[in-house]
Design a binder for this molecule. Structure first.
Ligand code: GUN
Length: 286
């Protein structure tokens, strides 16, 4: 039997329709969610991402402002802008597009964003809140992974989830979120001795290692849910995930394609975080 395809684009579109209704209702109460995005320099991929975020906000009626700063902007100037946005009532979310130029300390910048406005969920306090189970804004890609699993009708509680990859942006937070959903969680990484054996025990396999087609059907238990967070550019210009999609199609029970799987969910979760931050700022229950 062939796997069910988890259509991230469709699920993402559906959530955006729900969010749009929510923004309309908030606007009727004079609450306009606002997102500030800061882009330093001219990284081509970052420019595309920032443009997509701006467009998505417009489509939902979320106020957005993009601060495009030159590549030689000083860290002090960037921190000053963040401090200003932290104090600005019309702004509920602040996102500094990464990577930053080398002369700027990424940690200092992330730490400067007020935790209530940390729509990326990268601030140490947000990470701590997630870990101890307090309310917090969740990192977008990991939150998107959980939504995809839930909206595919797959129960997470009691399942064995194996996460391959331990980055601060995806691997670690996705593992924490799966744990919060009552999965039994194993984290594998480049130094894991028996990765294939562990992965093969997974009911839910999440792969975020940044290596094209590294995980094939040998790693997949028949019927498993396979979530591919990777987006890699192949020499022929095509995009491929970290999972060998074609090879896993027969073995997996559910699988995300690349593109059109996890990717579209990241901006959608950013929009969701911005709406949630606006509600919290106005004392409205999330
Ligand atoms: N660059 C690539 N992905 C991301 C992300 O999720 N957030 C930010 N701020 N920058 C990124």
């Amino acid at each position: 039997m062939s796997a069910s395809i988890i259509e991230g684009k469709k699920i993402s579109d559906l959530i955006r329709v729900e969010l749009k209704d929510e923004v309309v209702a908030l606007r009727e109460r004079q609450v306009v969610p606002g997102l500030a995005v800061i882009l330093v320099g001219e990284d081509p991929a970052s420019k595309v991402y920032v443009g997509s975020k701006e467009k998505a906000c417009q489509q939902l009626g979320i106020y957005s402002e993009v601060h495009r700063l030159p590549g030689d902007t000083s860290e002090a100037d960037l921190l000053e802008l963040i401090a200003k946005l932290n104090g600005q009532g019309s702004i509920n979310g602040i996102l500094v597009q990464l990577p930053l130029p080398e002369h700027i300390n990424e940690k200092a910048v992330i730490d400067a964003i007020s935790v209530e406005k940390d729509v990326d969920g990268f601030h140490p306090e947000s990470v701590g809140n997630l870990t101890i189970g307090d309310d917090s804004l969740l990192p977008c890609t990991p939150a998107g992974v959980i939504e995809l699993i839930k909206r595919s009708g797959v129960a997470i509680a009691g399942k064995h989830a194996v996460v391959i990859g331990r980055s601060n942006i995806v691997g670690k937070p996705v593992a924490m979120l799966l744990l919060r959903e009552n999965a039994t969680v194993t984290i594998c990484h480049s130094r894991t001795a028996n990765m294939e054996e562990l992965a093969k025990q997974a009911d839910i396999l999440v792969v975020a290692i940044g290596k094209a087609k590294a995980i094939d059907s040998k790693y997949v238990k028949p019927g498993a849910v396979v979530i591919d967070v990777g987006i890699n550019r192949l020499p022929d210009g095509k995009l491929a995930g970290d999972v060998d999609y074609e090879d896993c199609l027969e073995t997996a029970g559910y699988i995300t394609p690349v593109p059109g799987g996890v990717g579209p969910m990241t901006i959608t979760m950013l929009l969701q975080n911005t709406v949630a931050a606006a509600k919290r700022a106005h004392g409205i229950e999330v």
